[in-house]
Design a binder for this molecule. Structure first.
Ligand code: GLN
Length: 456
């Protein structure tokens, strides 16, 4: 088949199902077909030539609307591409469009998208996870074979878990943040979403690697994640030590989630892996530390949306002051969860409170990093369920923000540490997908791909 036929087949699938799924905020049919034609003419080669990909709408795509699912960026067409997008193009991929998400990647269900939620293809009355629910749902609904997400506290892995797809958060700094609309700069990590581990590894290998335009990008070679996935797929895990985090055990995973996780763990033991219980005593403080650090950084990053530089502007009738226009624009342009985070972050950073909140959270972050480092002296990877519960019905966790925040209980420690982690499907609970999380040391992304591929 030609690249144009592959692109057209996916565009047809999107036309057929996306009205119900709503994975996409923008479909770039013309751009996709043009890119596919270039592949067919042999003008673009590369390891993923002709393979369609969907990109989370928080990533800048030149000339193609990029909103971060916010009203404040409605109509913005970036004048440049994110580094990742450039690498996707160089690899020959064909971008189908931009996927839905929680506004500015704040949320776990896509219910905070300013353009309406995405529906989980497994059950359209349930959430597809978040913030990258659109990317995950596009994979699950066969609208795209590959997608890009970003993971600040779990936004690649948790949507992967609840849609039965694979989502990998690379080592922080392993993938470039240049052109990614910043939420929490010390945590944000772009990464691959796919329907199986090897595909995720292929996509990872294409987007990862040093970028001079990102000051926190790691100037080291990327581990060979594709070889690791292939090694894992051979089904031998002799000598691999899996660490079971003691502190996660009492954290109330749904019984069906805990059972699916246990069964998968036993399957890995049959392949030769050894399970070792490890203690990470500070993980219980990860959620509160994250909900100080992430909102603090967001309150600073989102200051740029002032009604002057990008997108929306409200109240500029010639009679109002600059300050009034800024305030009216931000009031109209940001949704309730984004406002909550900005207010929380501004408070935590204000003088007199800085040490007690932000400073304290940074200390907790160091302790969590030490927990990981100590654990990795004993084991190769840590394992847990990706999220404590399966896809929940719309509206069931929006009234109490804390209930929503709990979705990331098991994913957030990794972001605070900066290591890589992957979610791989591991069976069903009450007919809905469950995710198995594998966490590895920084710059040892290959390890999670090996164990993840063995699990499939
Ligand atoms: N759900 C978490 C939050 O709301 C994580 C989001 C993310 O990883 N972008 O902050």
């Amino acid at each position: 088949v030609s690249a144009v036929e592959v692109a057209q087949a996916h565009l047809d699938r999107i036309s057929a199902v996306d009205e119900r799924v709503h994975a996409f905020l923008y479909v770039d049919a013309e751009g996709a077909l043009n890119a596919a034609k270039r592949v067919d003419r042999g003008e673009v080669t590369g390891p993923l030539a002709g393979v369609p990909v969907a990109v989370k709408d928080v990533i800048a795509t030149k000339g193609v609307p990029t909103t971060a699912a916010s009203k404040i960026l409605e109509g913005w067409r970036p004048p440049y591409n994110a580094t990742i997008v450039e690498r996707l193009q160089a690899a020959g991929t064909v971008m189908l469009g931009k996927t839905n998400m929680d506004e500015f990647a704040m949320g776990s269900s896509t219910e905070y998208s300013a353009y309406g939620a995405t529906n989980n293809p497994w059950d359209l009355g349930r959430i597809p996870g978040g913030s990258g629910g659109g990317s995950a749902a596009a994979l699950a609904a066969y609208e795209a074979p590959l997608a890009i997400g970003t993971d600040t506290g779990g936004s690649i892995r948790q949507p992967g878990a609840v849609t039965g797809t694979v989502g990998a958060k690379p080592t922080y700094g392993g993938t470039s943040r240049y052109g990614l609309i910043a939420f929490s700069s010390s945590l944000d990590t772009p990464g691959p979403c796919a329907r199986n581990v090897e595909d995720a590894a292929l996509l990872h290998s294409v987007i990862a690697g040093h970028d001079v335009r990102d000051s926190t990008s790691i100037p080291q070679p990327v581990p060979d994640v594709v070889a690791a996935a292939r090694l894992g797929a051979s089904g031998d895990l002799t000598g691999v030590k899996l660490g079971l985090v003691k502190e996660f055990a009492g954290d109330g995973s749904e019984p069906g989630v805990a059972a699916a996780f246990r069964e998968s763990l036993e399957a890995l033991v049959k392949l030769g892996a050894e399970v070792v219980e490890v203690s990470c005593p500070h993980f219980e403080y990860a959620l509160p530390a994250y909900y100080l650090i992430a909102p603090s950084e967001c309150s600073s990053n989102l200051a740029r949306f002032d009604g002057v530089r990008y997108g929306l502007r409200v109240g500029d009738d010639g009679n109002r002051s600059l300050e009034e226009v800024m305030s009216m624009t931000r009031d109209a342009g940001f949704g309730p969860e984004v406002k909550r985070r900005i207010i929380l972050g501004t408070y935590a950073l204000s003088s007199g409170y800085y040490d007690a909140y932000y400073g304290q959270a940074q200390k907790v972050r160091t302790l969590i990093t030490r927990d990981f480092q100590k654990a990795f002296e004993q084991v190769d990877v840590l394992v847990s369920p990706t999220t404590p519960f399966v896809a929940f019905p719309f509206g069931s966790r929006t009234s109490d923000p804390y209930q929503m925040y709990l979705a990331d209980l098991f994913t957030i420690p990794t972001n605070l540490y900066g290591g890589p982690a992957i979610s791989v499907p591991c069976g069903l609970s009450e007919g809905l997908p469950v995710g198995f999380q594998i966490m590895a040391p920084t710059m040892a992304d290959d390890r999670m791909y090996r164990v993840g591929a063995a699990l499939e």
